[in-house]
Design a protein. Structure first.
Ligand code: LAN
Length: 729
């Protein structure tokens, strides 16, 4: 399509069908890069048959055989692994949908629209199907995430997506969604990021967007609010947002955009007081209300700074520097970018700067594919470009916990997994890492792939543990020489905070007070890196395992690093014995890590009051049927909250791992939980999806579908090795 085409040319609009033929979808794995393809041509179908993994992702019958009924937990492990092995991808890792957040797809689809990227009919059709399937049944709206109540954020943006893919505004689902949006106050009451996207489309006017001053990037590094100190996801989103805000760029006006102006607002569009609605926000969206400080800063920027103080020179410098930083992010990741939020925004920034057809735009558009996913509900956008290194590491460790790493039956699967981690280790720091404020990453692993290339301390830890576990087992290839392991450890050793704990991508670089500048409204605790019990534990266990095999490498430094970490973990324990989990739901997940940290220094139920109180807390939450069940509400409310659908296998597995790590003295509650996991296993070895498992930023949930294999197998496997004579049937 050339830039001369208008977006409304009927032939260019995606054709919408009821549905696609799910048996024609294929997921292509190229060294861990995942992209989905729809085979319209019958011959192609013969050349490229659908794999078991494809079928599983799409909710089709995998046709995998019924396995012998387990007689004990180890049999259940073998069955689980037999099934999961069939889902392993050619490059040695596992794929999965990574949905949950409902604000990612709009970024991508709006980006396609404003860059005039054609949307194939099968993509449009499945996006429509996904959003219709995920509309809240009561009111037809969408929330921040799939289990959340309807918000203006979710509803205004996903309604817009449906319009872009071609759904008629008079479709009953659209009428219903519109009704809900109007009740919530309409798009004038949307949070900052929605107002931003709607302004890019020209559905809102830029005056409604609170300032995103790119000149903040000109602050010297010592300034306490300088953006290099912010959490990576916030600064990398703020960066292209600032660039686009500076340009006040909106796409070409079309009939659809004129339509949206009538559909998304309560007020008559022509008479909306845009500037007057900058701070309007629907109470349900307002998870983190703006502070007085941010409101004052916004007032100052709008009324004093922009009109009177901001010189052309400053504006130009800010724009140039932002543009350079955007380029550095794109180059460092081959345009994959940190996550689909900033990837979409960087695409628009490049489109504005480099124009349609430029390499930067074309490569971005290709790379946005990496985050798209299809399941039986339709097509959506994943939270990242996958969960490759993370899930692969957990699988390896789960097999080792079951003592099966030597078993020839699973050696090929594990060898492939090891090869994947070998291939995915990041071998070099970023070019000019200091200039673009990147953390050291040599020897690290990312959460997804090395193309994305962002080291996360717990991803490095889980991967290095997995590599060491296998390479120290006789018979596995020695793919990583010692120096590469040392590189990983050296990088890990850069991750400790003043508090002794570890964060995610970087050690904390700024004060929690920066939360006063949290402008996103919909998330909590996003401005800086915090101490996380999960990440801290991952580092502790990696360093401990390393020290066992290389006792002479940086001995003292590692020992005191571990000591400081565990001390921090203890200090995070709450009076009721629990720990708050940040990256999955919630107290159950955190307990698994905290109790493992304690164990790594020899503290268990019998000799440590911390461990004992942690176990007692978990036991107090065990349900009648032997399981555990926590709702995502725990994360928001910071109090343990039961899930309405009862026990969950994944949480039950976490709790059991925790209790076993702590050497909980009474086997009965553990047996009850193990029995529940075994009872829920299907005849072919799999477990079915239950409630959502993961979370970020306190308020947004995200799926980890492979946890129902990796953690169940881990719990069953640990049980089998710890109590080899127990049968549990
Ligand atoms: C993730 C996914 C992985 C997760 C763990 C490794 C599990 C965690 O222990 C450390 C933090 C990390 C890496 C993490 C951070 C935030 C992410 C990237 C996500 C939850 C996946 C999606 C989310 C990202 C912020 C989504 C985009 C949203 C914005 C607010 C920009």
């Amino acid at each position: 399509r050339t830039s001369g085409d208008t977006l409304d040319t009927p032939t260019k609009r995606p054709k919408l069908e009821d549905k696609t033929d799910l048996t024609r979808w294929r997921m292509l794995d190229e060294k861990g890069r995942h992209t989905w393809h729809y085979l319209e041509d019958d011959e192609a179908i013969e050349r490229w048959p659908q794999s078991s993994a494809d079928k599983w992702y799409l909710g089709l019958d995998t046709e995998l055989p019924t396995l012998p009924k387990p007689k004990n937990p180890l049999d259940a492990v073998v069955n689980g692994l037999t099934f999961f092995e069939k889902l392993q991808l050619p490059s040695g890792q596992w794929g999965c949908e990574y949905g949950g957040p409902m604000f990612l797809l709009p970024g991508v689809v709006i980006t396609w629209y404003v860059t005039k990227t054609p949307i194939p009919w099968y993509v449009a059709t499945e996006i429509k199907n996904y959003l219709l399937a995920r509309a809240n049944p009561e009111d037809g709206g969408w929330g921040l995430h799939i289990e959340g109540e309807s918000t203006v954020f979710g509803t205004s943006l996903n309604y817009t997506v449906l319009r872009i893919v071609g759904v008629d505004p008079e479709h009953p689902a659209m009428v219903k969604a519109r009704g809900t949006l109007q009740k919530l106050g309409g798009a004038t009451h949307a949070p900052h990021w929605a107002k931003f996207w709607l302004s890019v489309m020209g559905v809102c006017k830029w005056d409604i967007v609170n300032p995103i001053p790119p000149e903040i990037w000109l602050l010297p590094d010592w300034v306490p609010i300088a953006p290099w100190r912010w959490w990576i996801h916030i600064r990398q989103v703020f960066l292209p947002m600032g660039y686009i805000y500076e340009k006040k760029w909106s796409c070409e006006e079309t009939d659809m955009i004129r339509g949206l102006r009538q559909e998304l607002f309560v007020e008559n569009w022509e008479s909306i007081d845009w500037a007057g609605n900058r701070n309007s926000i629907c109470p349900i969206d307002n998870f983190h209300p703006k502070s007085w400080l941010l409101n004052t800063a916004n007032w100052f920027l709008v009324n004093i700074w922009n009109p009177y103080l901001r010189t052309k020179g400053i504006a130009k410098k800010a724009e140039d520097w932002s543009s350079k930083l955007i380029d550095m992010e794109d180059e460092n990741t081959d345009y994959a970018d940190l996550a689909p939020v900033n990837a979409a925004m960087n695409t628009v920034a490049c489109y504005i700067r480099d124009g349609p057809g430029s390499y930067s735009v074309r490569r971005h558009i290709e790379r946005l594919e990496d985050a798209m996913w299809v399941n039986n509900e339709g097509m959506f956008c994943n939270g990242t470009n996958g969960v490759q290194c993370w899930d692969t590491s957990f699988l390896i460790q789960a097999v080792a916990d079951a003592g099966l790493e030597q078993d020839p039956r699973f050696r090929p699967m594990l060898t492939k997994a090891l090869k994947f981690l070998d291939d995915q280790q990041i071998r070099e720091n970023c070019k000019d890492q200091g200039v673009c404020y990147r953390q050291q990453r040599k020897g690290a692993w990312a959460f997804s792939t090395k193309d994305q290339g962002y080291a996360v301390c717990d991803c490095v830890s889980e991967a290095v543990k997995s590599v060491v576990l296998l390479q120290k087992t006789p018979g596995y290839p020695q793919l990583l020489e010692d120096q590469r392991i040392f590189d990983a450890i050296d990088t890990l050793l850069t991750y400790q905070n003043q508090t002794g704990a570890c964060s995610s991508y970087e050690p904390t670089r700024g004060s929690e007070l920066l939360e006063m500048l949290n402008a996103a409204e919909v998330f909590g605790k996003i401005m800086v890196e915090y101490d996380y019990v999960e990440c801290t534990t991952a580092v502790v266990t990696a360093l401990s395992l390393f020290q066992k095999h290389w006792p002479d490498y940086k001995t003292q430094e590692i020992k005191s690093f571990i000591g400081r970490c565990v001390k921090a973990v203890k200090s995070f324990q709450r009076p009721d014995g629990s720990w708050y989990g940040n990256w999955a739901i919630c107290f159950t997940y955190a307990a698994m890590f905290a109790l493992e940290s304690l164990r790594s220094i020899g503290e268990t139920y019998g000799n440590s009051s911390y461990s004992k109180r942690g176990c007692d807390f978990l036991i107090s939450k065990q349900r009648e049927d032997g399981g555990w069940s926590e709702s995502y509400r725990s994360c928001e409310r910071m109090v343990y909250t039961e899930h309405s659908t009862g026990s969950q296998v994944v949480m039950t597995a976490w709790a059991l791992v925790a209790l076993m790590k702590a050497d909980y003295p009474d086997i009965e509650p553990i047996k009850k939980g193990i029995k529940l996991i075994m009872d829920r296993q299907q005849a072919n070895g799999e477990w079915k999806q239950e409630a959502i498992e993961g979370v970020f930023n306190k308020s947004c949930m995200i799926s980890y579908p492979n946890y129902k294999f990796t953690f169940t197998v881990k719990a069953l496997g640990m049980f089998a090795t710890k109590y080899p004579n127990e049968t549990v049937i």
